[in-house]
Ligand binder design. Structure first.
Ligand code: G6P
Length: 474
């Protein structure tokens, strides 16, 4: 790990409030970043989410929390508006129509300035995350922040002809190119970004993984580093007593049924409606499945202030009602079990272990960690579940050989793939799970952090020229 302190930038801080007290978030990312973050002088810059009591430190996490508070107007323009109603659909290939609103753009730019200005004093590796903060790398450079700058995009990056629709495309590209390293989950997202830079700017040359900025006389490195999970910890907890107890009671509840599982934030990128339509088609065509198949969909509430998300919820709930209305056999359980809420870690692990097939069928997804969690939980417990995986996820690049790949827009094809998943021999499914789990174990979130931070540290070390302000501060 590099010795410089780390300053991470993300829309959200890595803490959560549980029973009135703040603690480190449960996610694998926070755990993975710990060794780097707990170097003396590290900090995390993030929105306080409206909490008025955000502490500068929390017990058990030795970093400074540099919180950014936003007004209601800023939340509306920066978060709900430009981040989630403009960039989010655009970056996912415009599967919903992106909204282009100059007022939102101005607020996004102003809020990015506040993030960038929050902490510029110390010499540090600066690691900026995701689409909410795309202007921050260039702003950090302009503000004379010392040390290398990396940017990681957690969503896909679309082809140039889609990105080019954005009225503020030049500013967003300039923002990203302020970094020394710009990273993506996959080669195809990285290639889209490189092609976009070449198409929209005339001062860029591309050679292998380097973008040469001719006017600024700088080099930006691009990389493809797929994010992952804390596989060892996840595997350990999957076989733990809590998950096993829940699994036993679920096995009783679903006795005599094969179980299909979906776990997603309730987001239109996730393909939940298409998945439900495929299930409906399957139940229509294969009558015996009506009393022998259960589909368990966990839909974690998300971004409910945005119209498209509310509309999606209504459509999903209508589809669940329709399917259950059509196919519940008298005296039998309903085919679709739908949970619109978050669930505890042990319950999630038990669902992963219970499932005969996990349906990860987004229309577009940067990576998708549900796929990695599922194969890890199954792999650790000798499971023989099948992974039905959309070819439009980053995870498909790693699981190409062992998942059952599908095009989620092709409802007939998806129904056929689900049927195939249920028909594969147990030994075949178990072997596939073992190979996918081994891939995740070898490329866990710690490996991802190390690859990213090593590259950023090396990239900024030699090539970054100090600005005037930097020189006087040094
Ligand atoms: C995606 C984004 C993250 C975001 C998360 C949850 O994974 O890439 O940046 O934090 O969704 O969305 P929310 O809007 O609740 O932060």
């Amino acid at each position: 790990m590099p010795a410089l302190p780390l300053v991470a930038y993300a829309n959200r801080l890595p803490v959560q409030k549980i029973r009135g007290g703040w603690q480190a978030s449960a996610g694998g990312l926070v755990a993975a970043l710990r060794p780097a973050l707990e170097t003396r002088g590290s900090a995390w810059v993030g929105w306080d989410g409206g909490a008025e009591d955000m502490p500068r430190r929390v017990d058990g996490l030795d970093i400074e929390l540099a919180s950014v508070s936003l007004s209601r107007r800023e939340v509306a323009g920066y978060y709900h508006g430009f981040s989630n109603s403009t960039l989010w659909p655009l970056l996912h290939g415009a599967i919903e129509q992106p909204v282009f609103d100059p007022g939102w753009w101005q607020t996004y730019a102003a809020v990015n300035e506040r993030f960038a200005a929050a902490e510029t004093g110390r010499r540090a590796i600066r690691w900026v995350h995701d689409y909410q903060l795309m202007l921050v790398p260039e702003l950090l450079r302009a503000y004379g922040a010392r040390g290398p700058i990396g940017f990681f995009l957690h969503t896909p990056f679309p082809p140039p002809e889609v990105f080019a629709r954005l009225p503020w495309r030049a500013q967003i590209l300039a923002g990203l190119l302020g970094a020394d390293v710009v990273s993506f989950h996959t080669d195809s997202h990285r290639d889209n970004f490189v092609r976009t830079c070449l198409a929209l700017r005339d001062d860029v040359e591309a050679k292998a993984d380097r973008l040469r900025l001719l006017d600024a006389n700088r080099t930006v490195i691009t990389a493809a580093h797929p994010i992952s999970i804390d596989a060892a910890d996840f595997a350990h907890r999957a076989s733990g007593a809590g998950a096993t107890r829940r699994l036993n009671s679920l096995r009783q509840q679903f006795e005599g049924r094969r179980v299909l599982l979906g776990v997603d934030r309730l987001d239109y990128t996730k393909g939940i409606l298409e998945r439900l339509r495929a299930l409906e088609l399957l139940l229509e065509l294969r009558r015996p499945l009506r009393s022998t198949l259960a589909f368990l969909q966990v839909a974690v509430p998300s971004r409910g202030e945005i119209r498209e998300y509310r509309q999606l919820r209504a459509n999903v709930e209508q589809a669940v009602g329709r399917i259950n209305g059509r196919f519940t056999e008298p005296g039998h359980d309903v085919p679709v079990h739908y949970l619109h809420r978050g669930i505890t870690p042990d319950r999630l692990l038990a669902y992963y272990r219970l499932a005969d097939a996990c349906l990860v069928t987004p229309l577009s997804d940067g990576m998708n960690l549900v796929a990695k969690e599922f194969v890890t939980a199954q792999g650790a417990t000798g499971g023989a579940g099948a992974l039905v995986l959309s070819e439009f996820t980053g995870a498909a690049e790693e699981f190409r050989d062992d998942a059952l790949l599908c095009n989620p827009f092709d409802v007939d094809g998806l129904a056929a793939t689900i049927e195939l998943a249920l028909e594969l021999e147990d030994d075949d499914r178990r072997a596939r799970i073992q190979r996918m789990a081994a891939t995740v174990a070898e490329n866990d979130v710690y490996a991802w952090v190390e690859r990213e931070l090593d590259l950023i540290a090396r990239a900024g070390g030699g090539t970054r020229r100090a600005s005037g302000r930097e020189r006087s501060a040094a």
